[in-house]
Ligand binder design. Structure first.
Ligand code: SF4
Ligand code: SF4
Length: 361
């Protein structure tokens, strides 16, 4: 994840008073959730059975975003949507590679005019369809269209309770959208909060997670680097919030997050990053990279990505792994933690070698 710029701690603002509109689990929603769970279990079984296909791909339909969070390096405010025919070709190819979960990322995906077609095509490949959004464009009719298209999962990251100069992804602004989701969404919703060096008020994460659970969503918490990009142990107040949120969210969707304990303690992780293999990042130009922070490695167009690439990258050691905080890649790589040590340190087909990867300290 990108690092945040340093900001001065300030007096915590009073949390807004929020209406208690819990999500209704109708019989229909229970059936949809059970069927989704069965597909997820099937995808995990298939990942355990074979290492020659990606488990998750993040695909970017447009880089443009309506916000400008100061810590983010994954957006611009000018780019056009990727043409729909090209998006469908990329998704079909990810399907041919056997990708189990395809998550639409950005920029802001809801700005793409043909997003519903993209979601429906992901489902047509047999993959689980996810989306990461800032939530600003959600309205009841838009949520109903996402239901109809077959969206399985949505994640919204909320950075603070009140908007500030760093981020406008704030509970105060987004709570109305969360209530709409509670009322209308048939898909699973996860609300991610953050704690760490770049956040002004650690206790905001607890307020956000409590609100997510109150509305009937799952909730996760992520740790971000401090403003200088260094991995530091959480401070006392941050640690308290971190422990409390993890206690509250123990039953949430993302359970494979043991790696975060080392990050919370400011220590490196000993793990095998399977990016380029089990996890693919497909940018708005259709180029496959390890992740959003290592663009250009291996740097192959998705249309040309083969099972041989997947197998090679499975065994390629990533020198940036020890201090990596990208949780989705950690979680995906956890499936194969116990097998196949990585023996290759170079990245054939890339602009350079493994040691040229951006290093996180
Ligand atoms: S909303 Fe997301 S994509 Fe947009 S600027 Fe913020 S972090 Fe980046
Ligand atoms: S270890 Fe490196 S390549 Fe793997 S997800 Fe982290 S930053 Fe990306």
């Amino acid at each position: 994840m990108p690092t945040q710029t340093p900001i001065e701690p300030r007096t915590p603002p009073a949390a807004p008073t929020l209406p208690k509109t819990a999500r209704r689990m109708t019989a229909r929603r229970r059936i949809i959730a059970a069927s989704r769970r069965m597909r997820e279990l099937g995808s995990i079984a298939s990942a355990v059975a074979s290492t020659s296909h990606p488990y998750m791909a993040h695909i970017v339909p447009m880089r443009r975003c309506n916000l400008a969070c100061t810590y983010c390096n994954e957006f611009d405010d000018v780019s056009n949507p990727t043409p729909i025919d090209e998006m469908l070709r990329r998704i079909d190819h990810l399907g041919r590679l056997g990708t189990s979960v395809i998550t639409i990322s950005g920029g802001e995906p809801l700005l793409h005019p043909e997003l519903d077609q993209i979601i429906a095509r992901i489902r047509k490949t047999g993959a689980i369809a996810g989306m990461i959004t800032n939530g600003y464009f959600l309205m009841p009719d838009r949520i109903e269209r996402l239901n109809k298209a077959g969206l399985d999962h949505m994640q919204i990251s909320i950075d603070n309770v009140m908007p500030d100069d760093v981020s406008k992804k704030s509970l105060k602004v987004l709570d109305k959208k969360l209530q709409m989701l509670a009322e209308h969404a048939d898909f699973h919703v996860n609300i991610n909060s953050v704690v760490g060096g770049g956040t002004a008020n650690p206790e905001d994460a607890l307020t956000i997670s409590k609100r997510a659970l109150e509305l009937g969503f799952s909730s996760t918490i992520g740790i971000i680097h401090d403003g200088s990009g260094q991995l530091k142990p959480l401070g006392e107040a941050e640690r308290k919030v971190w422990d409390e949120v993890r206690r509250l969210t123990r039953r949430s969707y993302s359970r494979f997050n043991h790696f975060q304990e080392a990050i919370a303690n400011g220590q490196p992780n000993d793990w095998r990053c399977r990016a380029g293999s089990r996890y693919l990042y497909v940018d708005e130009n259709g180029i496959v990279s390890y992740c959003s922070q290592q663009r250009g490695y291996p740097g192959i167009p998705v249309a040309e990505y083969t099972t041989a690439d997947v197998k090679r990258e499975f065994l390629t050691e990533k020198t940036c792994a020890p201090n990596c905080t990208i949780s989705c890649v950690h979680q995906v790589s956890y499936i194969d933690h116990w097998r196949a040590p990585q023996t290759s340190t170079t990245t054939p087909g890339a602009a350079g070698h493994g040691e040229d990867l951006v290093q996180i300290h």
